[in-house]
Design a protein around this ligand. Structure first.
Ligand code: MN
Length: 246
């Protein structure tokens, strides 16, 4: 038998009680919080971004991305009634250019008490947050695979958002549940996402070590079904265990 003490390093308990920095809603502190350094992003610099680049952002190789960046996110929301960030494509473009994946990119998990409680799992990539809604939340047990529905990219500013969405899409309470940095274990993230098999390492307050996101549905899946269906699975390592964290 393996108890918590055996599988889960001693400081996990302490980590669980450490709260991430909360309630930071403005753009500049967000950039600082995400980069971990003082004054990393000067908003005035946004003016110097060429208009085409500002509206399109770039991918990891410096190539311009599709102009539809964050469009789905914006379409689903009425920013007159939701306190969620509107999504700044200039910030996304700058963020994409300045990101250093080797040093780790931002990730967060938000607990979302909407009509159905779920955990939104977000990974910074190409200036935005790739997002999955995980109904049961992450499990530290490698045997417990958690359904993760791929949803629309969210703006980087969403990474420290907390608040009440009073009505409309996602109405309910959003709380920051974990945050930290992630690194891809897969050498080519674009290829891994396309294939539907992204291995990653996380260094958060609650979630650490090696994980995988595997697409199960759609044309790349074996079972057909909803192309948005993925599984979030913990790999067996020193951060795995049977501690229930949700
Ligand atoms: Mn959600």
């Amino acid at each position: 038998g393996t108890g918590h003490g055996h599988l889960v390093p001693g400081d996990v308990g302490r980590q669980l009680h450490r709260r991430p920095r909360l309630g930071v809603l403005r753009v500049v502190p967000v950039a600082v919080a995400l980069h971990g350094g003082p004054r990393v992003r000067n908003r005035r610099r946004a003016r110097h971004v060429r208009p085409d680049a500002a509206n399109q952002a770039v991918d990891g190789k410096g190539q311009l991305k599709s102009p539809v960046m964050l469009e789905k996110y914006k379409q689903k929301r009425n920013f007159k009634s939701t306190p969620e960030p509107a999504g700044d494509v200039k910030l996304a473009a700058e963020r994409a250019k300045s990101a250093k994946p080797g040093k780790g990119l931002f990730f967060c998990v938000q607990k979302h008490l909407a009509s159905h409680l779920h955990y939104d799992f977000r990974l910074e990539y190409n200036g935005v947050l790739l997002s999955w809604a995980v109904p049961k939340g992450p499990s530290l047990d490698p045997k417990t695979k958690r359904l993760a529905m791929h949803v629309e990219d969210h703006p980087i500013e969403y990474g420290t958002f907390e608040g009440v969405i009073p009505s409309g899409y996602g109405a309910g309470i959003v709380m920051l549940w974990d945050q930290g940095t992630w690194k891809a274990e897969s050498p080519d993230v674009d290829a891994a996402l396309k294939k539907g098999d992204l291995k990653l390492t996380r260094d958060g307050y609650k979630l650490k070590g090696s994980w995988v996101l595997v697409r199960t549905g759609g044309r790349y899946g074996s079972r057909g079904g909803d192309a948005r269906s993925w599984l979030l699975i913990k790999h067996r390592d020193e951060w795995a265990g049977d501690l229930d964290i949700t």
